[in-house]
Design a protein. Structure first.
Length: 128
């Protein structure tokens, strides 16, 4: 099997950029799921080093593994492939519970988002 350096050296620039951005999104969603590289790699049946190479865009990820990755992270494949890279905070470590809830609420239908917003407004007004 060719080395990693062979693959990246012979990869067209546009492909390198795509796989780097894909890797950033993989890392983003992995952190959102509060998983380490090792934990996610174990769930996928690959080594931590391979996971690290995917996250920096040094290796091309197979479509089969991409599907399994999306299922493991409980997201759609389109979220991994979409542009741009999700906003990343400068804070390292697990995402706060409130931030996770905000992300989950943003995925709800508009009517439910409005309901949650109105409930939050009511609670905040009670404490003012």
């Amino acid at each position: 099997m060719p080395s990693i350096h062979y693959w990246t050296r012979h990869m067209p620039t546009i492909d390198k950029l795509f796989y780097q951005q894909l890797g950033q999104r993989i890392a983003f969603f992995r952190k959102e799921a509060d998983l380490t590289q090792s934990q996610l790699a174990e769930l996928l049946g690959i080594s931590q080093q391979t996971m690290a190479h995917y996250e920096v865009g040094r290796l091309r990820i197979s479509v089969e593994l991409l599907s399994k990755l999306a299922q493991t992270l409980t997201i759609g494949i389109e979220q991994l492939l979409q542009e741009p890279v999700p906003n990343q905070t400068t804070k390292r470590g697990p995402t706060s519970l409130l931030q996770k809830q905000i992300e989950q609420v943003s995925q709800l239908p508009r009517a439910k988002q409005k309901f949650v917003s109105e409930m939050l407004d009511a609670v905040i007004q009670q404490n003012s």
